[in-house]
Write a protein that binds this ligand. Structure first.
Ligand code: ADP
Ligand code: ADP
Length: 228
């Protein structure tokens, strides 16, 4: 069963802007999908809808592999990494990564191993007690990835996550995300407007087109991963 099935989804904002029009997309378990397209083509809107964060104007979206709550939305299976790390400055790294578990009523003691393992995944095991202001931009981004992973989601959504970082940090984080995908088998949808990034990272590129936003091309990639 696919993780996400979007059928002819349209999204018209109250301003009248048609962000998506007839977008269909099926996401299979284990894929690394790049959503590629120019600014304003509806990538973020599509990602938010996939996350269950925005309602749709017409069409259907289903999460056939997920537990669905009373609102018809997937419960707990999706981690989201935003363009800005959005960490709480008054909480330590540990406290920030704890938040999603805290919201589910998990005690700090019970969450400890999961938090430390999420931090280890992003190479920040030794920074649990640090505060966001002590971290570089790339490290803050890593914390926000750990926070997204701490609930062990099946699907990781990333909205131009490293756009604000310098080239070297971005390349390093891209490699880490790729490694994470290979090691854990997590499914990733990664929004970017970089053709290079999408080709470098993904197993499938969805090219989107603006006005109105929809899928322009669906490109499965043949990548030689053995040499990595
Ligand atoms: P992308 O992520 O590809 O840059 P977006 O999904 O952010 O594109 O936006 C698609 C279109 O919808 C754009 O024209 C944008 O201005 C518009 N849009 C996005 N969010 C809103 C909103 N909350 N209200 C009104 N229009 C919006
Ligand atoms: P990023 O690329 O993640 O923004 P840099 O690699 O440029 O960060 O590092 C910024 C500073 O933080 C450097 O002094 C670097 O040694 C330190 N640093 C970054 N990540 C780690 C880590 N996982 N462990 C120890 N130090 C780190």
């Amino acid at each position: 069963r696919p993780l996400v099935a979007m059928q002819s989804v349209s999204k018209v904002f109250s301003s009248g802007t048609v962000a998506l029009s007839g977008m269909s997309l099926t996401v299979e378990n284990g894929e690394f999908i790049s959503l590629l397209g120019p600014s304003g083509c509806g990538k973020s809107t599509a990602l938010r809808i996939i996350a269950g964060l925005g309602d749709i104007t017409s069409g259907t979206i289903d999460w056939p592999s997920s537990r669905i709550n009373a609102k018809g939305l997937p419960e707990g299976d999706i981690g989201f990494v935003f363009q800005e790390p959005t960490l709480m400055p008054w909480k330590s790294v540990f406290g920030n990564v704890y938040l999603p578990l805290k919201l589910r009523g998990v005690s700090k003691a019970a969450a400890r191993d999961q938090i430390m393992s999420a931090l280890a995944t992003v190479g920040l095991r030794d920074f649990a007690e640090a505060y966001p202001r002590e971290l570089s931009g790339g490290m803050k981004m890593r914390v926000s990835i750990a926070r997204a992973l701490v609930t062990k989601p099946k699907l990781l959504l990333m909205d131009e996550p490293f756009a604000a970082l310098d080239e070297i940090s971005r390349q390093k984080l891209n490699d880490d995300v790729l490694l994470l995908w290979k090691m854990t088998g997590i499914t990733v949808i990664f929004v970017t407007h970089s053709v290079f990034e999408s080709a470098y990272l993904s197993s499938r590129i969805i090219v989107m087109k603006a006005r109105p936003g929809r899928v322009h091309a669906d490109l499965p990639l043949v990548t030689n991963r053995e040499r990595d």
